[in-house]
Write a protein that binds this ligand. Structure first.
Ligand SMILES: Nc1ncnc2c1ncn2[C@@H]1O[C@H](COP(=O)(O)OP(=O)(O)O)[C@@H](O)[C@H]1O
Ligand SMILES: Cc1ncsc1CCOP(=O)(O)O
Ligand SMILES: [Mg+2]
Length: 244
């Protein structure tokens, strides 16, 4: 990764805004609206259905897919399998978020099964990440105070962010959806994931400068995703080679 990665991330964001990529989200029912709002603020176009009759058509029209296991049930398992058949037929990039797989062994088993179907990226928090074996073909993004992006020997840590991000439900799910939006415009999944997490972290820092708590952070975060530009990214970026 060259030293001018923040400039590359800024350029990717400009490409994303020019392309307005369609991101289909098989998203848990807790955070569908904030995830859709976050994608729209950034410049992507979200869609959210999980109907088994329609999911293949929606995924065929999308530029990327995010699969989030947060409120998993039998119907969603079926919808996910249909969606992955379509992404494989049409070679579209997709992201796995094994949300709350640490609460449910069957969910962790299903997440591991999905990892074998070739997501470009898996995004998870530390409690979820530690349970799963991520193949070298998949970029692993472990979020937290510092976001770790790893693939084989390549690893980077994004130090940008604000603690209030962790107090708003849905920010992890939104991170996965934003990674999918970057994958729609950048074929190098490692670079796309790193750029996405850098943009999320810088936007969180900007939001944290005016927020007084979770209730004011969420709208400020949306505004920051809408307004963030190359200058903020290159000026604020704190990206380091990861230690662990
Ligand atoms: N202590 C922290 N300080 C700053 N940002 C954080 C912290 N913990 C999590 N985040 C950020 O909050 C978002 C959600 O991360 P995380 O809490 O790990 O996922 P989840 O919401 O899925 O549990 C990510 O963008 C991450 O960078
Ligand atoms: C609370 C909850 N329960 C099942 S999914 C979900 C939302 C999790 O959102 P995030 O992982 O982004 O905090
Ligand atoms: Mg989560």
């Amino acid at each position: 990764m060259s030293g001018d990665f923040p400039e590359q991330a800024a350029e990717m964001l400009q490409r994303l805004r020019g392309a307005t990529p369609r991101v289909h989200c098989l998203m848990n029912t807790v955070v569908q609206k904030p995830v859709a709002d976050g994608l729209s603020a950034l410049g992507a176009i979200p869609s959210m259905t999980s109907s088994v009759d329609e999911v293949s058509g929606f995924v065929a029209k999308a530029d990327a897919l995010v699969v989030n296991l947060g409120t998993l049930d039998d119907q969603r398992r079926q919808a996910i399998r249909l969606a992955l058949d379509t992404v494989q037929d049409k070679a579209k990039p997709w992201v796995l978020d094994p949300a709350h797989c640490d609460y449910s062994p069957p969910r962790a088993t299903f997440a591991q099964e999905l990892l074998a179907r070739g997501p470009a990226v898996m995004r998870a928090n530390a409690s979820e990440f530690v349970l799963l074996s991520v193949p070298d073909t998949v970029v692993g993004v472990r979020t937290g105070a510092s976001d770790l992006v790893r693939q084989g020997e390549r690893s980077l840590a994004i130090e940008n962010g604000h603690a209030l991000t962790a107090k708003v439900t849905g920010t992890g799910c939104l991170s996965g959806a934003i990674i999918a939006a970057f994958l729609a415009v950048e074929r190098d999944a490692f670079q796309a994931a790193t750029a996405a997490m850098l943009v999320v972290g810088v936007a969180a820092e900007i939001a944290g400068e005016t927020a007084h708590g979770p209730g004011s952070f969420e709208p400020a975060f949306l505004d920051a995703l809408d307004r963030i530009g190359p200058a903020e990214i290159t000026k604020r970026a704190r990206v380091a080679h990861a230690q662990d």
